[in-house]
Design a protein around this ligand. Sequence first.
Ligand code: GLC
Length: 405
Amino acid sequence: MLEVEEVERVRSICERTLRQNWIEGVRAADGTEFAYTRPSPGHYPWQWFWDSCFAAIVWRRFDETRARTELETLLAAQRDDGFIGHTIFWGGPPTGFRRFTYNVLSLSDTMTSSIQPPTLAWAWRIAVGDPSQVEGIVRQHEWLAANRDLDGDGLIWIVQPDESGLDDSTQFDPIWRRRAHARPGFVSLVRRNRRLGYDMRAIADAGGPVCCEVMSNVLYGLSRLALGQSSLTPALVERMYDERSGLFWPLARPELGQRPPLTWAALSPLALPDLPEQIRRRLIEEHLLDAERFWLPYPIPSVSATDPSFSVKDIFFPGVKRYWRGPTWINSAWLVWLGLVRLGYGEEAGELARRLSDLVDASGLREYYNPYTGTGKGALSFAWSTLVMETTQPDPRAASSYLEG
Ligand code: GLC
């Protein structure tokens, strides 16, 4: 059981962090007003697409107007064709080394030409209301369907690892190899994709790689359900679920000759409300609750602890930190927690909530944590780690929007 005092302490650090990370202003170039939560003011000052969606979900507990404004600021950046970028530079374009690694077509662009997981419609449903009434959100989905559905089965494909939000995840190592995120060839990948206008079909035709990533499609699927559109779950199961291992795996073009490293993304379909029960049970009992691989002292590690690619050390290459290669992130823990709750694993869900709360109580809102010791790592005052509250203080009002699907 969580102590009442601890729940209060965690609540207050979450509220304080969201308030201090909030920024408002007017874009000098065109007078567009903006207001959003910086993921971490010192390290991540701009508006990141899925970070804003997660921040809005927690803002609804403290200030519903800010939850709505945060998401409306994403819509204020939208292009006429429906596209919304991965990062929006409200305060001016990136400078220094970031000019070479950011996914912009020209150095004066106000946002990247790459995407991040389409979490907006789902976040709107949880934090604001019915997204199908919002023209911009519907248009974003039309853009995704027209531009990112490679095989016409509804699943979307990404053109760079960072489009998944799981930038350096080891699942991408055999796909992008030396051109994976923050590897020496990444700059040349960005240069090539800029030349091809971040057009997924042109990139696939040029030999790729392109990837159909599990977790990105889970969030897209949740967003489609939030919009009242048909479920993606049957396509996800048919194309990415492997009956023998009881896990979901990414697809790639060119096709992979080997199975990629096992990461938490393989378990992320647990967040889907309509995952067949027998698949959900296997994900939980055979994998998530395995104390050697995922159910570590502070679950869940971003890579299975027995996978050779797992590491909790900070890996700098070349001079840049590589993420998602072992440590625990709170957004991932929350997504699998949803699956535990839905299948009635109340005790395990409660245990996960308690351990996440202990992490934040002891180490503050960090970007990620050592899954064995709980030591906080990466950026400070990290906004989406406030999602801890979704597990420690489940919101009964949200039940109809995400717990029951
Ligand atoms: C890191 C994460 C990415 C996140 C960004 C801002 O790059 O990998 O998912 O959106 O930081 O927090």
